[in-house]
Design a protein around this ligand. Sequence first.
Ligand SMILES: *Cc1c(COP(=O)(O)O)cnc(C)c1O
Ligand SMILES: [Zn+2]
Length: 414
Amino acid sequence: MNYIKGYRCTICGKFFKPDEVDLTCPLCGEKGILDIEYDYDALREVLTKDYFKNCKDYSMWRYYPLMGIEKDHIGEMLRIGWTPLNKSNNLQKYLGLKQLYIKDDGLNPSGSSKDRASGVAVLKAIEAGAKVISCSSTGNAASSCACHAAHMGLPAVIFVPKRAPIGKLTQISLYGATLIIVDGDYKAAFSLSKQAISKYGWYNRNAAINPFMIEGKKTVSFEIAEQLDFKPTDWVVCSVGDGCTIGGVYKGFYELHKLGLIDRIPKILGVQSSGCEPFVVASKKNSALEECEENTIADSIAVGIPRNPNKALRAVKNSSGAWISVPDEDIIAAMSLLGRTEGIFGEPAAVASVAGLQKAIKEGIISKDESVTVIITGNGLKDPNNAQKAIKKPELLSPDINKLDIYLKGKGVI
Ligand SMILES: *Cc1c(COP(=O)(O)O)cnc(C)c1O
Ligand SMILES: [Zn+2]
């Protein structure tokens, strides 16, 4: 049984019963992204602290009653989620923060947070009896969709913009999906995928349109809360492209609060790249989102037309959080900082969160006596070309101990 009560439109606010809608609001059309509401009274009896204490499933599937999925095929899926929440050893000191945790979501099966959404998408596609699953993506949704579809024997057709990094493109092909590299940006890839999905009747994994994607993404907050014994930090920081991740982060904490499992919802800091910052601009101007250029090395958050604006805006507003943007130089510097202080290698979009945290501390948005969790949403190995901008190219040394001696002295190692 699932506990879904119905769907509420994020634009007109109208509530629909489960059998009254397909993917989006029948009144508002494609922009009418739906939000799934559950029978929280019933769930309060099921999802107790004891349930979690006794649950042996250390993956995001432990939250399945709150994910709108049937249990039947969960056991056949790859393990997704329950990624480590590392207590910071060195970065915390460097930043002068009282308490910093790092949620390393790059350790998911395909190397990014997108696995949380794609796992749900593949299960929903199977529930719906779909023959093919499809999505467009800046790269990570694509590679994770291909990954989990492959594991479940479901064909996948994936659309990506031409600038998708080589690591992600390789993953998609290696997982056996049909890869369409669109000669254009993400907006172009999204538009072509939309036409194809409706023409061929494929299952639509597109993150905003499909209201179930956020049901996977929100499990990151369930985990953060549980890993901190239901006392989450004052702030949670994540980077933002389409807005599905941050929408999920908020929804996760909102629901835990509604279930009486946490006392308060953390403030959420949404971080964008200043090369593509539609949410930051809209929040500064207090106006609707306007289309932006997609001009940043942080490819996963280079989203000129965010497809999930209302859930993302609500996340920051309702949590009394903030929006911030950081230039690419800061993102590159933060990649190296996170790597050398914590041993965590994130891709540019993922580490934008760390750069955003630094800036928020500098600007006094986050004060040093507050506690913070920063989410690293994707693994650095996905994009080695950009990672090389964060390092000094190593020298080639002849196999001579005297040369080594000089080299090590020069480095201050001996
Ligand atoms: C997708 C993605 C994000 C942002 O998620 P949105 O739902 O698009 O806002 C951040 N970091 C990484 C690594 C991603 O892949
Ligand atoms: Zn509507």
